[in-house]
Design a protein around this ligand. Structure first.
Ligand SMILES: [Co+2]
Length: 236
């Protein structure tokens, strides 16, 4: 698979690029070896990854490059303080405050700062909005770049090769088959390739019938999956 092709065009909606014949002249991956769906297990067993992490951690500690306190602090922060509830807050604000929405689309870093959201890896955050004509979905085709500051740590499937390759090639089919999200044919789907320099998150559409909800109530219905673009927000 021609991975480089995606790296070069990172920063634009890659689904808008014309498909070339990178799959041996075939249009989709259906005709090549079909990868297992996202719900399948990662090719490497989790115990192997845990062992690798353990080995890395102990060598970094041994060499004095890292303290165990620092590791604990990062883990704790991502468990307790940083997660999709922050992105949900941002989304709810865009639904209730058009001026904020405009500022967010113009400069997500500055707008998130207004809500006290920012920090490491948040320097190059970009918000993209779903509309009645366009549905957006994010991926990192190279590895697992993700908007940590607003969504926390990524779900495991986001890092799977199956998701990273297939969502680019046949987003409509994959959204339907793997996530149960049926995007009408008339609606364009744009796939955004994140990188360490540019991390996208999706502003989902506000569901109908939520006019009477408060901003806080609205935030409570916004899911991580909706901000990745593999789900829609539903009325409670
Ligand atoms: Co990445």
């Amino acid at each position: 698979m021609e991975r480089k092709r995606f790296i070069w065009i990172s920063g634009r909606a890659i689904s808008n690029m014309p498909l070339d014949s990178s799959f041996g002249g075939k249009d989709t991956m259906d005709d090549v070896a079909v990868p297992p769906p996202v719900s399948g297990t990662y090719p490497v067993p989790e115990s192997d990854i845990a062992a690798r992490v353990q080995a890395l951690e102990s060598i970094l500690l041994e060499k004095g490059l890292l303290s165990s306190d620092a590791i604990d602090k990062v883990v704790e922060t991502y468990e307790k303080d940083i997660g999709p509830m922050l992105g949900a807050k941002v989304v709810a604000r865009t639904w209730t405050n058009p001026a904020f929405r405009a500022r967010l689309l113009e400069n997500a870093v500055a707008a998130c700062k207004e809500l006290g959201i920012g920090g490491a890896q948040g320097e190059h955050l970009v918000a993209i909005e779903n509309t009645d004509k366009v549905h957006n979905v994010i991926v990192c085709t190279l590895c697992s770049c993700y908007p940590w500051t607003v969504l926390g740590l990524p779900p495991n499937w986001y890092k799977y090769p199956q998701y990273r390759s297939r969502i680019v090639i046949e987003p409509r089919k994959m959204l339907k088959e793997d996530f149960g999200l049926d995007i009408p044919d008339g609606k364009e789907i744009r796939v955004w390739d994140s990188s360490s320099e540019l991390r996208y998150f999706v502003i989902p559409e506000r569901p109908l019938g939520t006019e009477n909800l408060t901003e806080e109530e609205l935030a409570s219905i916004v899911t991580r999956e909706a901000m990745i673009g593999v789900a829609e927000v539903r009325k409670p």
